[in-house]
Design a protein around this ligand. Structure first.
Ligand code: DGJ
Length: 740
């Protein structure tokens, strides 16, 4: 990995074994993009790639020269208001009302390693040789604003991290109205656009369409990254599959309002921009102040979608997630939410926990309802003290009882919210985000605390700190059950109201940072009504997240499949719940529910006392299985083989680093009468090793399994495999493959 600067042509070549990223200083001082893709040889001068020709109706930069228009150049951080009419990366409102800016190169620095981004989550390195960083310094002479563009290339993999920092070195304040993290111009538009979209309980479904002229974008203006559109998009070549072909993934390490966009102009070039959503964004930059954008990560792979996903998985698992839990397999847990909802006493919880312990569960989690006067969702949020009617000896009393049983104890919080019926709201009614003289919308009867204010974050921190330091708490589920409306802070002046959304999320990050620093061994799981804030920003603080409130196995197959495009298996909170399922009323077998939930952090969201003896025996076996294979599942190399979005069967697998162990998950939605014979070609095995299939005792070389395929034909094709299992809808299997 290296970053080379060619002085003569003012060209920067960032490359490693997989990718080349080539940019240069253009003649007008702007930065141009020359190439991004598979690694190519270096050369002194790539300026033959600067294509500029005279075209009719084009606005040009130099007087007397009709060939130089920004409209037709590939730019790195395009500005608003000159000869480029595509969407800009930056727009700055100045004192005189002008929004025009012109950032020109002044200097650069190349350093080993990768700097932290103040107050923001970002990827990191542990050793300086893991990455190199180019910092380009540009300046807008009229305003005196300095722009630093950061590019970090990681060794070995096709990963580039980008962000931008604005420093006001001028003599007047300005307003940043748009400040993207990444802008990238690609020379053609022959791509399929993929987005990961949905809604509550149906998150991150894969939606694809051919990239077309015009703008295609997803985003959020809800204050959280949202159930609706994840801050992750993919551009793949039309011929790219899961296992082959070129693909680029763009991921934004941010949990607030985002926009992920691709604009194709009428000459079929593509401009990708990702960053904070400019809608409602207006950051006042006073003289001497600076503004740092979130980090965007782009991954290039020429080994298909699986190649891209594996790169994201390893990067986010090892160099975004931090701390004690980063490399540790996650505890099997039992959460009481779907077991009791708000209706519990301490003894009832202990009863549930005792059965969980008997089955092998390691962590008991008390969800919503333990604090203030919380007996339904109208009351209590904001009062983070135990409800003594339910928990006579407080959280400490319950935590001690759970610990005495030999389990760890975990607790639910929703730190950012308040109910009007709470002591906190009664004491500080102006602490919610609200616009003066206007009504405020509620969501689930709750209001959003103004986390842009330090005193609000401090108060919540103090309450949480007290509980966490008094009791033995090993896990926190941090929930967030509504999006933001009336985003106005009474603590900020009129000309800073456009900062509130971003300041809010900085407040959330600040609280996370303080808590994870004070309690480094607590495992945090983020949650926002399921997967409403499942994003890389959260992963920096919370190594796992509750990916959806939908615990139905059939729905989860889709949600987990879509989520796996960017996020590692170790990050996906996934539990077995009761049937009929509480979200869909669907009935699936206990083994299918577990087979799906294994591919995540695994746990139970039910009262195990309500299961039959036979089911309890099955649960015990499931937990033994998960404990044996969780390291492989959570940290192995994951491959998607058959998509639930394409057909009746879903198959994925995970392979250990040494390739001696693999687990294959097979799932069929609808039973098929007199079905075809089916095989699935596996991936990632050692062709020369013989793998024993524990499901049916067969032995095959890796090359057989990868080329002929694993036979998945079942009873409907006349081949009974396991007579104990009725072959029905929502059927699934796990194949354990082991090579000696
Ligand atoms: C929404 C979460 O996604 C659920 O798992 C549960 O914690 C509830 N909130 C509690 O109110």
């Amino acid at each position: 990995m290296s970053i080379i600067f060619h002085e003569g042509s003012k060209t920067f070549h960032l490359f490693n074994e997989e990718i080349s990223y080539i940019i240069c200083v253009l003649s007008n001082g702007h930065i141009g993009n020359l190439y991004f893709g598979k690694k190519i040889h270096d050369r002194e001068d790539f300026s033959y790639l600067i294509e500029s020709k005279q075209r009719p109706m084009t606005a040009c930069v130099y007087e007397g020269n009709r060939k130089y228009s920004l409209e037709h150049l590939k730019l790195e951080y395009p500005v608003y208001g000159t000869s480029d009419y595509r969407n800009p990366a930056v727009e700055i409102l100045q004192e005189n009302g002008s929004r025009i800016s012109e950032f020109k190169y002044i200097s650069h620095e190349i350093t080993d390693g990768k700097p932290e981004l103040a107050g923001l989550p970002a990827t990191y390195v542990e050793e300086p040789e893991e990455a190199q960083t180019l910092c380009l310094r540009l300046k807008d002479e009229v305003t005196g604003i300095v722009l630093e563009l950061l590019y970090s290339i990681f060794s070995g993999k096709g990963i580039l991290a980008r962000s931008a920092r604005f420093i006001n070195e001028g003599i007047a304040p300005v307003h940043l109205l748009n400040a993207m993290s990444l802008s990238l111009d690609l020379p053609d538009s022959d791509y399929v656009w993929m987005q990961f979209s949905g809604v509550w309980a149906r998150e991150r479904h894969i939606i694809e369409r051919k990239l077309e002229q015009g703008i295609q974008a997803v985003g959020s203006i809800r204050g959280n990254s949202s159930h609706e559109h994840n801050p992750f998009i993919v551009l793949r070549r039309p011929s790219t599959t899961e296992t082959s072909g070129e693909v680029m993934g763009f991921s934004l390490i941010y949990s607030g309002n985002h926009r992920m966009q691709a604009e194709v102009d009428t000459h079929n070039t593509t401009r990708v921009t990702t960053g904070i959503n400019p809608q409602n964004f207006d950051w006042k930059l006073d003289c001497g102040e600076s503004f740092q954008t979130p980090e965007a990560v782009v991954v290039f792979s020429n080994q298909g979608l699986n190649g891209m996903s594996q790169t994201f998985h390893k990067l986010y698992q090892k160099r975004l997630v931090r701390g004690y839990w980063r490399d540790r397999p996650r505890p099997v847990l039992n959460n009481n939410w779907e077991a009791t909802y708000f209706d519990f006493t301490e003894d009832r919880l202990v009863e549930i926990a005792a059965k969980a312990k008997e089955c092998g569960v390691e962590l008991f989690v008390l969800d919503d309802g333990w604090f203030g006067k919380r007996s339904n969702d109208y009351t209590g949020l904001g009062d983070w003290v135990a409800n003594k009617e339910r928990l006579p000896f407080g959280i400490k009393g319950l935590a001690d009882r759970i610990e005495e049983m030999g389990m760890k104890f975990g607790l639910w919080f929703e730190p950012e919210m308040v109910n009007k019926d709470s002591d906190l709201y009664r004491a500080h009614p102006d602490w919610i985000l609200h616009a003066p003289q206007r009504a405020s919308c509620h969501g689930r009867n709750q209001y959003v605390l103004d986390f842009s204010r330090k005193e609000v974050v401090d108060c919540i921190y103090d309450m949480m700190y007290k509980i966490l330091s008094e009791s033995k708490i090993s896990y926190i589920k941090w929930d967030m059950n509504r999006s933001i409306t009336e985003c106005y802070s009474v603590a900020l002046p009129a000309d800073r109201q456009g900062e509130v959304f971003h300041r809010y999320i900085l407040g959330v990050y600040n609280l996370y940072d303080r808590l994870t620093t004070a309690f480094p061994q607590i495992l945090f799981e983020s949650c926002a009504s399921g997967g409403g804030r499942f994003d890389p920003g959260m992963l920096y603080y919370a190594p796992q997240g509750w990916i959806s409130d939908d615990t139905d196995a059939a729905e989860r197959v889709r949600i987990q499949y879509g989520t796996s495009m960017c996020y590692p298996i170790s990050s996906m909170g996934s539990h077995v719940s009761v049937v009929p399922n509480h979200q869909l009323n669907r009935i699936t077998s206990l083994h299918t529910r577990a087979n799906v939930a294994y591919f995540g952090t695994f746990g139970y969201e039910l009262d195990l006392n309500k299961l039959t003896d036979e089911e309890i025996a099955e649960v015990k076996a499931q937990i033994v299985f998960m404990k044996e294979y969780r390291e492989l599942i959570q940290f192995g190399n994951f491959y998607r083989l058959k998509s639930p979005f394409d057909g009746n069967e879903t198959v994925w697998m995970t392979v250990s680093e040494d390739k001696r162990k693999a687990l294959v998950f097979w799932y069929r939605e609808r039973n098929v009468v007199n079905a075809e014979f089916t095989r699935v070609r596996l991936q990632g095995l050692d062709p020369d090793l013989i793998y024993k299939n524990e499901y049916n005792g067969t032995e095959n070389y890796g090359d057989e399994l990868m080329n002929l395929g694993l036979l998945t034909t079942d009873v409907t094709a006349g081949e009974p495999t396991n007579e104990d299992l009725p072959c029905t809808d929502y059927e699934s299997r796990i194949y354990v493959l082991t090579a000696e």
